[in-house]
Design a protein around this ligand. Sequence first.
Ligand SMILES: Cc1cc2nc3c(=O)[nH]c(=O)nc-3n(C[C@H](O)[C@H](O)[C@H](O)COP(=O)(O)OP(=O)(O)OC[C@H]3O[C@@H](n4cnc5c(N)ncnc54)[C@H](O)[C@@H]3O)c2cc1C
Length: 370
Amino acid sequence: MGVGSVLIVGGGIAGLTAAAALGRTGVRCEVVDLTGGAEGSGLGVQNRGIDALHAIGALDEVVAIGAAYDQAPLRFFDAAGDLVSAPPVPPRPDGKPSYLIVYRPRLAEILRRCAERAGATVRIGVSIDRLDQHADRVDVGFTDGTRGSYDLVVGADGLRSTVRRMVFGDEVRPLSTGTVSLRWLPVGAPRGEAGFYYGQDTEMVVVPMHDDMTYVSVQHPDDSLLSDAEGRALLRKKFEQFSSPYLTALARGLTDDQSVLVRRYEWLMVDGPWHRGRVVLIGDAAHATTAHLGSGGVMALEDAVVLAEEIASGEPLEVLLDRFHSRRFPRCHTVVETSVRLSGMQRDGASADEMGAVRWPALQLLSRPY
Ligand SMILES: Cc1cc2nc3c(=O)[nH]c(=O)nc-3n(C[C@H](O)[C@H](O)[C@H](O)COP(=O)(O)OP(=O)(O)OC[C@H]3O[C@@H](n4cnc5c(N)ncnc54)[C@H](O)[C@@H]3O)c2cc1C
């Protein structure tokens, strides 16, 4: 018997994309999400993440509201703002953008619309508190007192997945890289060249976005959580390493009313199978990492689309979930391992060239079809 009904726990990038992809193949999907809110920052989508957005019919809408680049902004500048290197990144031959950056809450709205257009229902403020597996179904209890029965449950509930804990126990837990990410999204800042700027011990990613927003991101080698004011003060110190006129002009906008998002960089990889019986993990619930390849969200998009492809194959569940895992594990492992490695190299003061020698082959590998 095929998979006709799916519960997706977590309505983030992975969960909503899975609902859209599965719904398009005629599978009845329900999504529950505890909060329903995406964090107020930018998400870069490159490589095959673009194809995954296309597969669920979201690409045109994301291109319409996001900032689309014909070439991924893999350009490396020194502290003075002079170009040091720029690997040749040819534009895609199919006319699609090579790189998109989009405000996460806007992306979440588009993904939700795609999921609902494909027939999925989305309930916000609800999670699961009970999960009983049987040979032919999974019975689920929800935190609002309701219940349901499904052919398959998808755990798309992120780094601290409740589904993973319920089904896999505590054997896999997030590990800290000992670093934090600082992200700032000024509006109306001066425009300049997108790329990676190298200061004394800082790699600063700067990407002009849509709606006059600019994405600014750095890593700091200490994972103590900082208040908004401390995050701002730290980012100001990072800017002091740069004499680039563009970055100096940007820094002038980092006034006390600006919000700097501080987030611990943690990582996680479920090494064995991502399913147990009729429950499968996708996205950060199965593999999470830092932003050094800008590909964690891309893997979440790809996971969702590949899972729907495998379910549409009509193979027995155990077979298709094994195939899903063997298609996904190598790509996701590359992303997790390379990102954590790059995070460590950056903490230890690696140069743009040293980082590029690790980053570039991984990105090329990820440009192959999923
Ligand atoms: C600083 C930083 C920058 C990044 N930048 C990029 C980037 O530019 N490009 C890129 O591709 N990747 C990037 N990533 C990685 C990317 O953010 C993640 O890989 C991606 O968000 C994973 O999507 P997800 O849907 O699996 O998980 P999440 O986005 O975490 O979504 C999980 C969802 O589950 C819900 N949830 C949680 N618990 C429960 C529960 N018990 N019940 C119901 N719902 C629940 C949450 O509310 C949430 O909506 C970055 C990561 C970090 C840390």
